[in-house]
Ligand binder design. Structure first.
Ligand code: PHE
Ligand code: NA
Length: 452
């Protein structure tokens, strides 16, 4: 099992793997999802719990996924079959493949919206008279039945195209250029947004906790779900990527870099969005449309705004693409092996199915908006809730227990590159106790059984 399969694709370079993992992590989760979930959950108190989730739960489980993937050299399901045949841990892999279908189905919808915004700026931007109208433009677009489906289809076609060609060729290069460009642009826009007059309100919203918010169990579940979603964690995406990895890597450094970059992007996105939200008098809890109604206002008030808008939505769509590729790859790697299909055939079939599954999420904004599934949420938000707040943390819980209890400790320390070290021991302790107990308690609290 230690022998690496010479026929299996591998990353082109050490940088290739880190870039791919970063490309998976950085995406709509950092900008679209992070902003609206932070806004919905009151800001600073949520942010604090979120950061705790990243450090105490996220990073240790990233390490576990990398370790499992590199050791097993197989996909999300196959890795468990190979390392622990006949054991129930494989459930984590199966849930992971299901999560990939669910998440990518609605991810493609939101990514389609960003592609549409890119094209709008490419063709001159939005012609509106006052800021309030950005809501009308946005709502008009997402509630129409056909147009969003067209953009979703286009985005999914690109995603399939890259997975079809082989992930390695497809994304290593683009991540090297486009991700730094997006970082730079978000920094510039954050700097500008802070001058719009909403800075002090935004900073206190983001960094001065209202402690009473911590009495609401919903905040913890939202923070946990956001951490898993943003880190691409709990569904085997990082197992799959780790499986294309050779033995030369040092995993702990890679895990920390991915988490740090992902979190940095989210915080910058917060500094870009919230000052403008307050300056324009938008409701922070406006929901999933938050960035789509806030950003056009920024671009409108800046010189060369159309070019900024065009660049921004292009780079955001590119970031979404490398995340979508990692989602599709989880399912494709599994079905390729399972059915012995070629990569090309699998990418087309699975990508097509996921597009179809996403259609109701798109129509749920308009003609199906009366359909409410979970807690009064529309189809898209319900899909997101099931995958991000339930399946991913549950998958992470199983992965933590598997690595913590299912492996011989000496093997786990060796295979993770920690070796016999204080840090390695702390890692095992976290996987055995801290992460599983924390996830369990958050689940319990949100069912109402455990009172805060
Ligand atoms: N982490 C990605 C983002 O923030 C989304 C994602 C989730 C990708 C799960 C892969 C797996 O946009
Ligand atoms: Na992310």
């Amino acid at each position: 099992m230690n022998q690496l399969d010479p026929n299996r694709e591998q990353w082109g370079s050490r940088l290739g793997f880190i870039l791919a993992a970063m490309g998976s992590a950085v995406g709509l989760g950092n900008i679209w999802r992070f902003s609206y979930v932070t806004g919905d959950n009151g800001g600073a108190a949520f942010l604090l719990v979120y950061l705790l989730c990243i450090i105490a739960i996220g990073i240790p489980i990233i390490m576990a996924e990398f370790t499992i993937g590199r050791k097993a050299q197989s996909d999300a399901v196959g890795s468990f079959e190979k390392i622990a045949p006949g054991k129930p841990w494989i459930l984590a892999g199966i849930m992971g493949v299901i999560s990939a279908f669910i998440i990518l189905s609605f991810y493609g919808v939101i990514a389609g919206w960003t592609v549409k915004y890119f094209f709008s700026y490419l063709t001159g931007g939005f012609n509106v008279q006052n800021d309030g109208e950005y809501v009308d433009v946005f709502v008009g677009f997402i509630t129409s039945p056909w147009e969003p489906l067209f953009w979703q289809f286009l985005f999914m076609a690109f995603t399939v195209g890259i997975v079809y060609a082989g992930v390695k060729k497809g994304i290593e290069a683009s991540n090297k250029i486009l991700m730094p460009a997006l970082a730079l642009l978000v920094i510039i826009l954050a700097g500008y947004s802070l001058t719009l007059g909403g800075a002090s309100e935004a900073l206190s919203f983001l960094f001065t906790p209202d402690w009473s918010a911590l009495a609401d169990p919903k905040v913890y579940l939202a923070a946990l779900g956001q951490a898993f979603f943003s880190l691409s964690l709990g569904m085997g995406a990082l197992i799959t990527y780790g499986s294309y990895l050779s033995n030369k890597e040092k995993l702990p450094g890679a895990a920390v870099s991915v988490a740090a970059l992902d979190t940095g992007f989210a915080l910058l996105a917060g500094l870009m969005i919230f000052p403008a939200v307050f300056a324009f008098g938008i409701e922070p809890g406006a929901g999933p449309g938050l960035v789509f109604i806030t950003l056009p206002g920024i671009f409108d008030s800046i010189s060369f705004g159309t070019i900024f808008g065009l660049l921004f939505f292009f780079l955001l769509a590119a970031a979404a693409l490398s995340s979508a590729v990692s989602l599709l790859e989880v399912a494709v790697a599994y079905f390729m092996r399972k059915f012995k299909w070629t990569r090309k055939k699998t990418a087309l079939i699975i990508g097509g199915i996921i597009f179809l599954i996403g259609i109701p999420s798109s129509l749920g904004q308009g003609i199906l908006s009366d359909v409410k599934i979970i807690g009064g949420n529309d189809i898209l938000d319900s899909m997101d809730f099931i995958a991000s707040n339930i399946l991913l943390p549950l998958g992470g819980l199983i992965i933590a227990l598997f690595m913590g209890w299912g492996w011989k400790k000496t093997d786990a320390l060796k295979d993770s590159d920690f070796g016999e070290s204080a840090l390695g021991n702390a890692w095992i302790f976290t996987l055995r106790f801290i992460a599983p107990i924390a996830i369990f308690l958050i689940f319990l609290a949100s069912t109402g059984i455990l009172k805060l």
